[in-house]
Each structure stands twice: as structure tokens, then as C-alpha cells.
Design a protein around this ligand. Structure first.
Ligand code: SF4
Ligand code: SF4
Length: 79
């Protein structure tokens, strides 16, 4: 199950530096994870200073939808 970023994200960018598959994208308000790219390694979850990242089993539906939609249209965090 892919990881999901909540609106608690402060856009520090740390999670993007540890993701082995460059799954993070940058929306207007936060970073988001492409659920089709995330390989569920869990590395980003431990790195977030504000605990904004969870598995999708723990995330709310609005956050899951926002991550999936925004990751398709927003620039990759590694670009
Ligand atoms: S769980 Fe792993 S693969 Fe998925 S977004 Fe986080 S660091 Fe990247
Ligand atoms: S580490 Fe947390 S606060 Fe920083 S960009 Fe990633 S999700 Fe947002």
C-alpha cells in the first residue's frame, strides 16, 4: 500500500531526498506521492519532521485522492 502525504506537510523536501523511485511531486500547498510509483519502502515516513506521511491504510480518503490527482499534474520534486 503506497504512502500518502497529508496537508500537515510543510514542504521541507526531505522525503523527496530519500525516496528511491522519485515518487514525490510538488503541489501548490504540499508534497504528494504518486501511488503508481511508490514501492512502499517506508523510508519517507520516518524522515518527515511533522509526521505528515502515512500508509494509505491510515490516511483519510481526501488525502489519498489529493495525492493521486495532484501527482499526475504537478512537477516531480526531483526536477
Ligand atoms: S514509501 Fe518509499 S517509495 Fe514510497 S514514497 Fe516513500 S520513500 Fe518513496
Ligand atoms: S518530509 Fe514531510 S514536511 Fe517535508 S516535504 Fe515531505 S511530507 Fe512534507
Amino acid at each position: 500500500m503506497p504512502s500518502v502525504i497529508s496537508d500537515a506537510c510543510i514542504k521541507c523536501g526531505t522525503c523527496a531526498t530519500v525516496c528511491p523511485v522519485s515518487a514525490m511531486h510538488v503541489s501548490d500547498t504540499q508534497l504528494v506521492i504518486n501511488p503508481e510509483v511508490c514501492i512502499d519502502c517506508g523510508a519517507c515516513i520516518a524522515e518527515c519532521p511533522v509526521s505528515a506521511i502515512t500508509t494509505d491504510a491510515e490516511a483519510d480518503e481526501a488525502a489519498i485522492k489529493y495525492n493521486a490527482e495532484q501527482s499526475k499534474v504537478c512537477p516531480n520534486a526531483e526536477d
